[in-house]
Write a protein that binds this ligand. Structure first.
Ligand SMILES: NC(=O)c1ccc[n+]([C@@H]2O[C@H](COP(=O)([O-])OP(=O)(O)OC[C@H]3O[C@@H](n4cnc5c(N)ncnc54)[C@H](O)[C@@H]3O)[C@@H](O)[C@H]2O)c1
Length: 476
């Protein structure tokens, strides 16, 4: 069950407001609950409180940060069902996947609890020449200070966790603006954080829409803006002034299926279907382009289509639903338009292609021209295209023919091809024998090209939220 309404959080405290925002059940389209919306004064108070909390957060020692993070992980475990249900309703995410996301929320906080006591510097030798005898160098990592976070709709818990948990581990006060279509996950995280003894002002969770989030981007009192979302991130970076900016943006991830899969093809098909269609393809590392060696192309195509046609679509609250709705009708309409455009330009629909409101059928296509939107832009929906390739050189070139570079996958038993993929694919990460849609929460995760700058994954986010401070000591 969801609460009737949810407060926002200002300087660790729940707040009501005259202005309320509806949150829709994404499957039924009905109002599921309402959230309190802060005004401009509250945003200013949240920033001032974060500035004031910088000192106390710095002094809030690693063991105390660890305890807070552990408490959160324990409370999320106790509230697992409620969290999964909230996600299922607010994001239309199938309940099994929602439960999986709660697991990742818990894991991310547990990883951060471990990392909180491992934020180390180094000792280095400065005696490089006789004139430097007796000099020693030491570094430690110090928190940056107040940081601002903006998160997208598609992982309302885990992408919030990837900012909030490292911030606590690093000792940075933060102001978070969750996606306005899916704020509930972040607000339950806020409710749990409010139970802890984090210093006053250490966190605020503000239910703002993009138009009212300007101060989180522009205010110079923030030392870092960490943004996950669409290409709008680049505009925000241009407005962010001198602060550090990390951007986790989208992609049109590709996967290569090399020749000679033999009996392993069963696993390849299962992973490709998952990678392309899991949570209706609304993942930044969803498989959008599948390049298959020509010797097995027809077989892979036949088996993919047969598997996709069996997937259960519909109510995300039902346990056996694989494919739920897209986030809203406009998103489904947009991708449906791209599919139609690709079809008219010579692409062939292998399965799916029809839309009913926010429900878009799982769609596979081939012969999609490389300049079609469905090929070049981020589909961010239940869609993938297939193309055969002749040589591994061709496959690498096809994957790299993209403005994005988040993750790519390659199924191969050839060590040479695996190494070539790792060396030559222009990506933040290369998955060998799995789909690019794979992520574990301690790995460095992020992209190049239009997919962003910086890496998340708890330890890497902590690096972004701290800076090195050097001490040089001379013996005398
Ligand atoms: N690389 C990653 O880790 C990753 C993970 C998940 C999603 N994504 C990307 O996120 C996108 C989907 O999410 P979305 O539709 O919520 O993205 P979005 O860019 O529309 O919204 C993301 C967030 O930015 C806010 N926002 C929008 N305009 C703003 C403005 N002018 N000023 C301040 N904030 C503003 C939104 O309110 C929301 O909170 C996809 O492109 C997806 O690939 C990337």
């Amino acid at each position: 069950m969801l609460a009737k309404s949810y407060p926002y959080y200002l300087a660790n405290q729940p707040q009501t407001s005259k202005e309320m925002m509806d949150v829709l059940d994404k499957y039924s389209g009905k109002v599921a609950t309402r959230v309190a919306v802060p005004d401009a004064k509250a945003t200013e108070k949240a920033i001032a409180a974060a500035v004031k909390a910088s000192g106390p957060m710095r002094e809030f020692k690693p063991w105390a940060r660890q305890q807070v993070l552990q408490h959160c992980a324990d409370r999320f475990t106790e509230r697992r069902e409620e969290l999964a249900y909230a996600l299922c309703v607010e994001a239309g995410k199938p309940i099994k996947d929602s439960d999986g996301e709660v697991t990742r929320l818990i894991e991310t906080f547990r990883i951060a609890a471990e990392e909180a006591v491992r934020v180390n510097g180094e000792t280095f030798n400065m005696e490089l020449a006789p004139r430097l005898n007796g000099y020693h160098g030491y570094t430690k990592r110090v928190p940056l200070g107040p940081v601002s976070f903006i998160t997208p709709f598609n992982f309302p818990l885990n992408l919030v966790a990837h900012k909030v948990a490292p911030a606590i581990a690093a000792g940075c006060p933060f102001v978070l603006k969750p996606a306005e279509r899916t704020p509930i996950g972040a607000l339950i995280i806020g409710e749990v954080l409010a139970e802890t003894d984090l210093p006053k002002g250490a966190f605020s969770v503000l239910n703002l829409d993009g138009k009212h989030a300007g101060p989180l981007v522009e205010d110079p009192r923030f030392k870092l803006l960490s943004f996950t979302g669409s290409q709008i991130g680049w505009d925000l970076k241009a407005r962010a002034g001198h602060k550090k900016v990390t951007l986790e943006l989208g992609g049109n991830a590709a996967c290569i299926v090399d020749a000679d899969q033999g009996p392993k093809l069963d696993h390849v098909i299962e992973r490709l279907v998952f990678g392309a269609l899991y949570q209706s393809g609304q993942s930044c590392i969803s498989v959008q382009r599948i390049y298959v060696h020509e010797s097995i192309y027809e077989e892979v195509k036949k088996r993919l289509v047969a598997t996709v046609k069996k997937l259960k679509a519909g109510d995300p609250k039902k346990k056996d639903t694989f494919l739920g709705p897209m986030i809203d009708e406009a998103a489904a309409e947009r991708l449906h338009g791209w599919i139609e455009e690709a079809r008219k330009a010579g692409g062939k629909i292998l399965c799916g292609g029809k839309r009913n409101g926010a429900m878009l059928e799982a769609t596979l296509m081939e012969n999609v021209p490389t300049d079609a939107k469905a090929h070049r832009l981020e589909a961010f929906g239940p869609f993938a295209l297939l193309e055969p390739y002749r040589s591994f050189d061709d496959a690498i070139a096809m994957v790299n023919d993209s403005d994005f570079g988040l993750q790519a996958g390659v199924f191969t038993d050839s060590l040479d091809h695996a190494m070539r993929a790792w060396n030559e694919l222009e990506q933040g990460g290369v998955l060998v024998n799995d789909v690019p849609s794979f992520r574990v929460d301690n790995m460095p995760y992020g992209g190049i090209k239009l997919s962003g700058i910086g890496r998340e994954g708890v330890r890497y986010a902590i690096e972004d939220m701290t800076e090195l401070r050097l001490m040089v000591m001379r013996e005398r």
